[in-house]
Design a protein. Structure first.
Length: 631
């Protein structure tokens, strides 16, 4: 009676089983077998390679080249495992640059198919033929007729591995995979002529000429449309010891199916990491669901590449992989960014009926001019925008008092607190956002609170109040001590302004009067500093004479003056110099966007109301202030 607790007996597998297992790892389908044979032909310095297949390579897979051939003396062992002319010791893997270096391909094929080799070298008078099975010659090598080079014929692939044969797809689908392998090697090796055809058929599935070019072969394989849409791309780095060359489709030619061809040291491989990174880059430029064409050839220092990590050599590992991928990504991105100049976008707008006064015709030269009010600004860098206000700017207060604007001579401010505030802005700048806001096209207003702008091919929605408040704050810091002023024709009482600001605030009149008196005392005590640094003049009677002008030709909304004065008295930190300047500038910036802040406080029903025409100043402001840093 057997003991169920006894361990199983360890047995050594039969050699035939071992070889067939190994063969299944290297030769997974006909396309894998062909890839191994193609690489052997390229290693043999072939310039012409002809491939013939039948039933997707399962019945027949034949490759013929005009390379150096195989010596007669080597035919007896050429199909044994681990026989190779490429390696002597393991360290040779550090400098290996050839394809079939491990001597497994031919041996693996002989364990799952019938293999015949006919070969002739330049020094031998005739060709020699060998028939192989399970890595061994079935009979002695025989002389025969043949041209220089090697012809390898693989018949009945997986005849003795029924499970593998049944798991494969239809012959047509296997043929497509074979054609894909041939096509990719043809693109990478334009000096070699490749031909692929089905047995007993005159038409070829792939045919490229000797001494062609990458572009010509891409055109032959994938069509002229792709060939017209590709452009060269390259990258290199002496420190990382790599060079990349290739071709990429531009942003104007999206495809429904991605084509990614990657060769590392002339070996067809795949890199999921590189593929995903480049897909993310293209996703920013292509419509959703569309893909790109990429053919990349990387040359990496052989000692930095581990080619011995997968039986089919489909995967490789190399040093500095992340850094190299990042370099390639940057190169692709810069090319795609350059493509933006050729991108075309179409819009359709329902226009009103044409009026005679919209077009002015010059009878002498028949030149038509569009009326100024129908011109569209498309390039903010051209600085052709008409001024929104005339030089004689005026503002009405609640008492219908007019104001005038005065300009002061610029002086150099070297206060440490101000210099620190400027440095804080520079240190926190977002270069991407700064680039967008300095080079954009104004599209229009989404509603009273948001505007649409376009930068290159991207459309952005912007919060008017936030951006303009930040802009005015930075203007305050950058122009500190050098402000023009807005002067009221009649002084405005600070106490009365604060009472207006507190109208909607609950509380006793005595409390409001107390707040107004305290605010008046604070501001009047700081009037010398306010006048010197901010051009805000307050007289002996605590009346407001002037306020700072931050941007030429623009006067802020007078309705915001009461709350502005109240906030200066209550929200500014008057104890610390740097915080005082910072908070004063922020309150002034908020005053300048008073009407935009009010527009942000609209209900959903109000969003569809007519857009305030002053929103068009949004493009005007940002376009004029190119010297500031937008955070």
């Amino acid at each position: 009676m057997s003991n169920v607790n006894c361990p199983a007996v360890v047995k050594k597998l039969d050699k035939t089983v071992v070889n067939r297992i190994a063969a299944g790892e290297v030769i997974q389908r006909p396309a894998n077998a062909l890839k191994e044979l193609l690489e052997n032909s390229l290693d043999a310095k072939s310039t012409i390679i002809n491939i013939t297949v039948k039933n997707g390579g399962l019945k027949l897979l034949q490759i013929q080249d005009n390379g150096t051939g195989i010596r007669k003396e080597d035919l007896s062992i050429v199909c044994e495992r681990f026989t190779t002319s490429k390696l002597v010791q393991f360290e040779d893997l550090n400098t290996i640059e050839t394809f079939g270096f491990r001597g497994e391909a031919l041996a693996s094929i002989t364990h799952v198919a019938h293999l015949t080799i006919v070969t002739k070298t330049a020094t031998e008078p005739c060709a020699y033929k060998g028939l192989y099975e399970d890595g061994k010659l079935k009979e002695p090598v025989k002389p025969c007729a043949g041209n220089q080079g090697t012809q390898i014929t693989v018949e009945d692939l997986f005849y003795n591995v029924a499970t593998r044969r049944k798991s494969l797809r239809s012959p047509n689908e296997e043929h497509v995979k074979i054609a894909d392998v041939v096509s990719k090697y043809a693109i990478h090796n334009p000096t070699v002529g490749f031909t692929l055809r089905k047995q007993n058929e005159s038409n070829t599935d792939v045919k490229t000429n000797i001494n062609s070019s990458h572009v010509e072969n891409i055109k032959t394989v994938y069509g002229s449309n792709i060939a017209k849409a590709i452009e060269p791309v390259e990258a290199k780095d002496e420190t990382l010891k790599f060079v990349m060359n290739g071709y990429m489709s531009n942003a104007n030619y999206p495809m429904k199916k991605a084509i990614f061809i990657l060769f590392i040291n002339n070996r067809l491989v795949d890199s999921q990491a590189l593929r995903k990174v480049l897909e993310q880059v293209y996703s920013l430029y292509l419509p959703k669901g569309m893909h790109s064409f990429l053919y990349l050839s990387l040359k990496i220092e052989p000692k930095n590449v581990d080619v011995n990590v997968h039986p089919t050599k489909h995967e490789v590992h190399f040093l500095h992989e992340d850094a190299i991928i990042d370099k390639i990504k940057n190169s692709i991105e810069s090319k795609l960014a350059g493509c933006n100049t050729s991108r075309i976008f179409y819009t359709q707008t329902k226009l009103p009926e044409t009026k005679k006064e919209m077009v002015v015709r010059n009878v002498n030269n028949s030149t038509e001019h569009t009326a100024p009010n129908y011109l569209v600004r498309t390039d903010p860098g051209s600085q052709k925008l008409d001024k929104f206000f005339s030089p004689n700017v005026s503002m009405k207060t609640e008492s219908n008092e007019n104001v005038t604007v005065s300009v002061e001579t610029k002086r150099d401010i070297k206060l440490t607190s101000v210099l620190n505030l400027r440095k804080e802005i520079e240190d926190n700048v977002d270069d991407t956002l700064k680039k967008i806001l300095q080079n954009f096209t104004y599209v229009g207003a989404a509603n009273r609170a948001w505007s649409l702008i376009q930068h290159e091919t991207e459309l952005y929605v912007c919060n008017n109040a936030f951006l303009l408040s930040e802009m005015f704050y930075q203007l305050m810091i950058n122009n500190f001590g050098n402000f023009s002023s807005i002067k009221f024709s009649s002084p405005l009482s600070i106490s009365k302004l604060i009472f207006v600001a507190l109208e909607d605030v609950e509380g006793e009149e005595s409390e409001k009067a107390s707040i107004a008196d305290a605010a008046k005392i604070v501001l009047q005590s700081k009037r010398t500093m306010l006048n010197d640094y901010f051009s805000m003049e307050i007289d002996d009677k605590a009346d407001l004479i002037t306020i700072p002008l931050l941007l030429d030709d623009y006067i802020p909304c007078a309705d915001g003056i009461p709350s502005y004065i109240l906030n200066l008295a209550t929200e500014v930190n008057w104890q610390d110099e740097m915080l005082c300047f910072q908070t004063f500038c922020k309150e002034t910036a908020n005053f300048y966007v008073y009407e935009w802040i009010n527009d942000n406080n609209v209900t959903e029903d109000d969003n569809d109301a007519p857009v305030n025409t002053n929103l068009r100043l949004f493009i005007y402001f940002i376009s004029l202030v190119n010297s500031i840093c937008i955070l």
